[in-house]
Write a protein that binds this ligand. Structure first.
Ligand code: G1P
Length: 291
């Protein structure tokens, strides 16, 4: 089976970013000049997905508008002969076929993924958490697609997280898989959502990129609320593990947790420094700061 569909849970309330997210979705906060969710959508497209499904909720209209055609803006840019800007604006709405599903209540990540059931149907799909922006030569999801193509099993992105911060993640218990992927592939034995540091089975955290087989839907439907009183994707995947083999892949790339204020600032600086048009003057500016 080939991976074609990518699901973006985007109904979360964004409390970590108040007040900016009071009347604006956190997924629309820009890193330099591009909304966070667009980085993820571009990654999914570059990884071979051609159907994007965004799980939204109240107050998330701006996401739909962003990926839609903006006639007034296009007409104005055309009239003013702003061809470069016109290209940028058009490329966003041309980019993809997007479908939206409403998650009426924010009952957890597992619940959000379950909302995708009808539109995903009986085929494998990716889940991307837009907060995790991953800067990589080969897009993170594409690296995982290579694993999926060979194994036809669910694949989770993982990264080592040192110290107490491990408690903010889903954490994996693993054993090394065969050597095909340069020691980056592990077979998952168990997983737990947000354990206390002393209970964490390893320092391998689940990062917001998943390729899942459709069997996850039955598992999620049979999962009870877990950590934080929410229906956790990690708990659903633990049930999936009883039915199917699952892999964890240590991706190559640099991940930014843009849902966190400091992470967001770091990502902004690094992305700005990489820009052809802004990098040089921004570097000069930063050097001039008396820190
Ligand atoms: C979610 C998942 C968690 C995962 C994390 C990655 O947590 O529940 O398993 O490790 O994303 O960013 P959240 O960040 O929504 O609390």
């Amino acid at each position: 089976m080939k991976l074609r569909k990518a699901v973006f849970p985007a109904a979360g309330l964004g409390t970590r970013f108040l007040p900016a997210t009071k009347a604006q979705p956190k997924e629309m906060l820009p890193l330099v000049d591009k909304p966070i969710i667009q980085y993820g959508v571009e990654e999914a497209l570059a990884s071979g997905c051609d159907q994007i499904l965004i799980i939204t909720g109240r107050g998330k209209q701006a996401i739909e508008d962003h990926f839609d055609v903006s006639y007034e803006l296009e007409r104005m840019l055309e009239d003013r002969k702003k061809i470069d800007l016109l290209k940028i604006v058009r490329s966003i709405s041309d980019m993809i076929h997007v479908a939206y599903v409403r998650q009426k209540e924010a009952l957890g990540l597992g619940h959000a993924v379950l909302m995708a059931r009808e539109l995903v149907g009986n085929e494998p799909f990716a889940v991307l958490l837009a907060d995790d922006v991953i800067d990589a030569k080969v897009p993170c999801l594409k690296q995982m697609v290579e694993v999926f193509d060979q194994t036809q099993c669910s694949v989770l992105a993982t990264q080592v997280i040192e110290g107490k911060m491990i408690s903010s993640y889903g954490v994996l218990d693993v054993k090394p898989a065969d050597g095909r992927f340069g020691g980056r592939l592990y077979e998952i034995k168990n997983m737990v959502e947000k354990p206390k540091p002393e209970d964490a089975p390893s320092n391998l955290a689940i990062i917001g990129r998943y390729i899942l087989t459709p069997a996850i839907f039955d598992c999620l439907a049979n999962t009870q609320a877990g950590a934080g009183g929410e229906l956790q994707l990690t708990d659903g995947m633990r049930l999936l593990l009883q039915k199917e083999k699952m892999y964890a892949y240590v991706y190559e790339g640099r991940r930014h947790d843009t849902g966190d204020k400091l992470g967001f600032l770091k990502a902004t600086v690094e992305f700005a420094l990489k820009r052809e048009d802004l990098g040089q003057p921004f570097r000069e500016y930063l050097k001039g700061l008396k820190l």
